[in-house]
Design a protein around this ligand. Structure first.
Ligand code: TA6
Length: 299
């Protein structure tokens, strides 16, 4: 029997629980519209949340899938790291169930608080879709104002893994990447399989448009497939581009970069594979929209 309901979660925060007829489940807090759990019908958890995550409605939840908008990192020092979307209360819109797919829609638009940090009118719509086989997260950014703006957006997905030491990531070969740990000029990824043996923080830039698959393996066994895509300028121009390049951030802090709400050895339990539009700021004309999408398939 499928169901969608709003219940009280950690810290008294409200969360939406989707229960698919197949037994698959997903949970999304209204705070930051942060997805904190996705289980396949087997009951296996795909998403990592820090054991020290803080649910106080002030700080971003550590783990899950925090939504990054309108900046990645903190190029604008007047705005919080990773922007404002993950530290605002979102509204729950429609929850649907077609039998095959369940969806929950969350929205956030500019308000006095966001405008004080970022002086633009925007509408964010985040649709979480759950089926027997997969979870799809689709973030739509609309410029609801009369002036163009430039933004970053990213789904900061923490995938649960048995041990980061055994993780390999496939699907990044041929991409240019910025190594934020080593610094220096962008390099080209030559490996079919990328390991994460130490503190890793890389932005893999997408070259050609289109959905791209990245797989996450542990001890040689594929755990997840992540299908990542971006679609620009919906409705904002006469023609709609089929898709635009989608960057992928690969991160694990290891002990040296673990934040306070992620005390070691918690770093061992996840790898972040984060689809985004972060290699450069995206210009968005008034009334135009862009979408960022990630589909997680547990294998
Ligand atoms: O996605 C990688 C990253 O940008 C890292 O540089 C690190 O800052 C991580 O995000 C976590 O950021 P947060 O603000 O959530 O502590």
């Amino acid at each position: 029997m499928s169901s969608s309901k709003v219940v009280e979660g950690e810290g008294g925060q409200q969360k939406v629980v989707l229960q698919h007829a197949s037994g698959a489940t997903a949970e999304v807090y209204l705070w930051g519209a942060t997805l904190t759990s996705y289980k396949a019908p087997s009951g296996k958890e795909s998403i990592f949340v820090s054991p020290a995550a803080i649910f106080d409605g002030k700080k971003a939840i550590r783990g899950g899938v925090p939504l990054v908008f309108p900046q990645f990192g903190q190029p604008d020092k007047a705005m919080p790291q990773h922007g404002i979307a993950r530290i605002n209360m979102w509204e729950l819109g429609a929850c649907t169930d077609t039998g095959d797919a369940m969806t929950a829609t969350f929205t956030l638009q500019d308000n006095e608080d966001t405008r004080a940090k970022w002086p633009h009118a925007f509408q964010l719509e985040y649709v979480v879709e759950l089926t027997e086989q997969a979870l799809t997260m689709r973030l739509r950014i609309t410029n609801s104002g009369d002036e163009p703006f430039a933004f970053h957006a990213l789904l900061h997905t923490y995938f649960a893994v048995p041990d980061i030491a055994d993780v390999l990531v496939e699907g990044l070969k041929g991409r240019s990447f910025e190594d934020k740990v080593a610094g220096g000029e962008p390099q080209e990824e030559a490996r079919e399989q990328v390991d994460v043996p130490s503190y890793t923080d890389r932005i893999y830039l997408a070259s050609e448009p289109g959905a791209k698959e990245v797989s996450i393996l542990s001890k040689g066994t594929a755990l997840y497939k992540s299908v990542n895509s971006a679609t620009p300028n919906l409705g904002g121009r006469a023609h709609e581009d089929a898709s635009s390049p989608c960057d992928v951030v690969l991160w694990n802090p290891f002990p040296e970069a673990s934040p306070g709400d992620l005390p070691p050895p918690a770093f061992r339990g996840f790898v972040c594979v984060e689809p985004g539009l972060v290699g450069k700021f995206q210009d968005l004309a008034p009334k135009a929209a862009m979408e960022l999408c990630q589909t997680i398939v547990p294998l």
